[in-house]
Design a protein. Structure first.
Length: 330
């Protein structure tokens, strides 16, 4: 078994949901792990006879829409829960991450499944396995441990979550267990080649132009150990890019030789958004993100601050310097 201490309890909780409507919730601006986890859990519940639907504040990103398949999916603005609906959250570090409307509808979710180290447990029942690579890895392990039925769409969704959150199996969280689980997913119908094509070979021209802007903005700080790039509000219109086209850009900053931390700071309607990536988990970027109301993982974290980029950048640079000293990397 992958998770012998947790899988039986998870099974009991899901079995108890039969006969109740269930909303499977994910975080705002959903990424591959969020989409994959929502799709997989919704589908497994429905096969088990549970009336489940996936709900998210934001639309499914263009490159991830193929992975949803025929899974029931609702935008929060169009969703009206029936009386007695039970909320299950996946890949959310805290309640605020599901967005204001869903947080109001479900102030105390019944169940949360996550892998973020910053998750302190906000649901009635919490399965937070912070030493795993992805929420999709957690769910896949639970499903395999308890022999839940899994079709090809479910397997592909779980593979999506693991592949994206491990950076195509490049990040330190890529363990032997990750490969064992992915091997089982492939036997259930997951197609790595099709997933890679969908994710990485269908980029828009607007994203390519936005990448040019981001690369041009990059600068080295802290003796070359930090690379920071910025995107301003006007850059999106100039490039013909959408907000989801920022996905993956920060990895270009981290990939430079000698750089330990890559940073993307972007401006959206007078809100500064930060994406942080590190090569070494000892840098504990989730702690830096928490200073600004965010969170995440040791090597990947983010936050949003209600300030303009011009106002926020000096404050961020000071906090970053203090954080590097605190983790022993001044």
């Amino acid at each position: 078994m992958y998770f012998p201490a947790q899988s039986p309890d998870f099974r009991k909780l899901l079995d108890g949901l039969r006969g109740q409507p269930v909303a499977v919730l994910g975080h705002m601006r959903p990424d591959g792990d969020c989409i994959g986890s929502q799709v997989a859990l919704t589908r497994v519940l429905r096969v088990a006879g549970v009336e489940a639907v996936a709900v998210n504040q934001d639309p499914v990103p263009r490159l991830l829409a193929e992975f949803v398949g025929d899974t029931p999916w609702k935008r929060a603005a169009d969703y009206a829960p029936t009386p007695g609906t039970v909320a299950v959250c996946v890949d959310c570090a805290d309640l605020a991450r599901i967005g204001p409307r869903l947080s109001e509808l479900f102030p105390k979710p019944f169940l949360a499944v996550d892998h973020h180290v910053s998750n302190l447990g906000f649901a009635e029942h919490n399965f937070v396995l912070s030493d795993t690579s992805a929420t999709a890895e957690v769910l896949a392990g639970f499903f395999f441990d308890e022999n839940w039925p899994m079709d090809a769409v479910t397997a592909q969704a779980l593979y999506l979550g693991i592949a994206t959150d491990t950076g195509q199996f490049r990040f330190p969280s890529t363990s032997p267990q990750v490969f064992r689980i992915c091997g089982q997913l492939i036997t259930c119908g997951a197609d790595p080649g099709a997933a890679a094509h969908q994710l990485y070979e269908r980029e828009s021209l607007g994203k390519t132009r936005l990448l040019q802007v981001f690369l041009h903005s990059m600068r080295l700080e802290f003796n070359g150990r930090v690379c920071i790039g910025t995107l301003r509000e006007s850059d999106f219109a100039t490039a013909g890019a959408s907000r989801e086209d920022t996905e993956g850009l920060v990895d270009y900053a981290r990939a430079i030789e000698g750089v330990e931390v890559g940073v993307l700071l972007e401006e959206r309607n007078n809100v500064a958004k930060g994406s942080l990536r590190a090569k070494d988990p000892h840098l504990a970027l989730h702690r830096l993100a928490q200073r600004f109301g965010g969170g995440g993982h040791a090597c990947a974290a983010g936050f949003n601050v209600n300030e303009s980029l011009a106002q926020f950048t000096p404050r961020f640079m000071a906090a970053l310097g203090e954080h590097l000293v605190a983790v022993g990397r001044p």
